[in-house]
Design a protein around this ligand. Structure first.
Ligand SMILES: *Cc1c(COP(=O)(O)O)cnc(C)c1O
Length: 397
């Protein structure tokens, strides 16, 4: 029998990174502002902005840092409320708290997307919105942008896990005022750590550039309208969330691989989804019609199973070599809102989101998997569901 595929290793970093890193190690030129021009971080910013079709990009230490800087650059006052989906990674409410703002949580449906009625009901009490495209699932951006634009509420897209996703053909991360991406190892482009924010707004990027740590006149090294800077020089704190040249050297050659990773990831996902949907116990929610996804994992709901059966399902799959995380059933899960005790006024309950988290499963499905490896994973999951609802078979009797 085939061995369970390794879903944890990332793809090798392209060979081109090696030469550039050697050069940087030779010269010791690791700081983005040492070279007078063309530092790897600056080149990455220019290339990423061109890739996304936006005016400005600012590379930083993480997507969390990009989210934090976005809120600061929007000039939100202390204690301003920021609406976020209740299904996201703990880093998102954390970035709001870090910016001295207050997260307001909005319900998410069993298709992992923002519940628009709850979103609209809470919109009038907030000063900004972060739409977290959690696990690359896109909420209805037409409805969200219409509602937010009508109230002049700025939208920050947390596209950490959505590089390569499109909505009506438009790149995710380019619809809100600001888009933020992650280069942490579990995302489509892997630098270990790193993030980038994009915008067309010169004032926002100028403020973020300074706060990210462009002290003194280092803003000279950013191709932004220069007349924006003198007025804000020395008026903003320096949080020093810069990216190092080494990270940029690892990221730049991966940009050429994004389209392939997107199509391979989507092929793998859709193949496994079709197989899982044949099980009476498993539903993979449909994508929205306007969405072209770029998945590197799969999420699905367990139907008609008791909590014990759901736990059995995860155990049986793990024993067969496929790790399944049921978001709401694993202890201290960072994506279960009830664990975010650092959030002031954490809602006592969000019943729709809770119900989803208690039966929604998460399985990694990296783009580099072969069709045979995807079959292995799908077969294990379908069989584990079958065994979990008929327990005697699980023990081979
Ligand atoms: C990974 C992730 C983040 C955090 O990104 P970092 O670069 O690790 O800070 C935020 N939001 C979502 C949806 C993520 O998947």
């Amino acid at each position: 029998m085939m061995q369970a595929p390794n879903v944890h290793d990332a793809e090798p970093i392209p060979e081109a990174a090696r030469e550039e890193i050697d050069r940087l190690l030779q010269s010791g030129d690791l700081f983005r502002y040492t070279a007078p021009e063309n530092a790897p971080v600056s080149l990455l910013e220019a290339e990423f902005a061109a890739f996304m079709g936006v005016k400005y990009a600012l590379a930083v230490s993480s997507c969390s840092a990009a989210l934090f800087l976005s809120l600061k650059a929007l000039g939100l006052p202390r204690d301003a409320k920021v609406l976020i989906p209740a299904f996201t990674f703990a880093a998102v409410p954390s970035s709001v708290v870090h910016a001295e703002c207050r997260p307001v949580l909005c319900e998410v449906g069993d298709n992992y997307r923002v519940n628009l009625a709850d979103f609209e009901a809470k919109l009038d009490e907030v000063e900004a919105v972060i739409i977290s495209h959690m696990r690359g699932h896109t909420s209805d951006m037409d409805a969200i942008m219409t509602m937010c634009n009508a109230r002049s509420i700025p939208v920050v897209e947390d596209a950490a896990h959505s590089l390569g996703t499109r909505w009506n053909g438009q790149k995710i991360g380019t619809m809100g005022r600001i888009g933020c991406f992650s280069f942490q190892s579990y995302k489509l482009v892997n630098a270990g750590e790193g993030g980038i924010m994009i915008t067309d707004d010169p004032e926002i990027v100028a403020k973020a550039i300074i706060m990210s740590g462009a002290y003194e006149h280092n803003w000279n090294k950013h191709p932004v309208l220069m007349d924006v800077f003198p007025a804000i020089q020395n008026t903003l704190p320096l949080y020093n969330l810069r990216m190092s040249n080494l990270s940029a050297a690892v990221i730049r050659p991966q940009l050429a691989h994004v389209e392939r990773r997107v199509s391979d990831g989507r092929r793998n996902h859709d193949h496994v989804a079709a197989k899982l949907n044949q099980s009476p116990w498993i539903t993979v929610p449909d994508k929205l019609p306007a969405e072209e996804r770029a998945p590197d994992s799969i999420q699905f709901n367990l139907d008609g199973m008791s909590e014990d059966a759901r736990r059995d399902f995860a155990r049986i799959a793990a024993e067969a070599g496929v790790k399944v995380q049921i978001f709401g059933l694993s202890a201290d899960n960072a994506r279960a809102f009830w664990n975010w005790h650092f959030v002031p006024d954490l809602p006592r309950d969000l019943p729709a989101t809770r119900a989803m988290l208690m039966r929604a499963c998460d399985v990694r499905l990296p783009a580099r998997l072969t069709p045979a490896e995807c079959d292995f994973i799908a077969d294990v999951l379908v069989s584990a569901a079958e065994q979990a609802v008929t327990p005697e078979r699980a023990y081979g009797t």
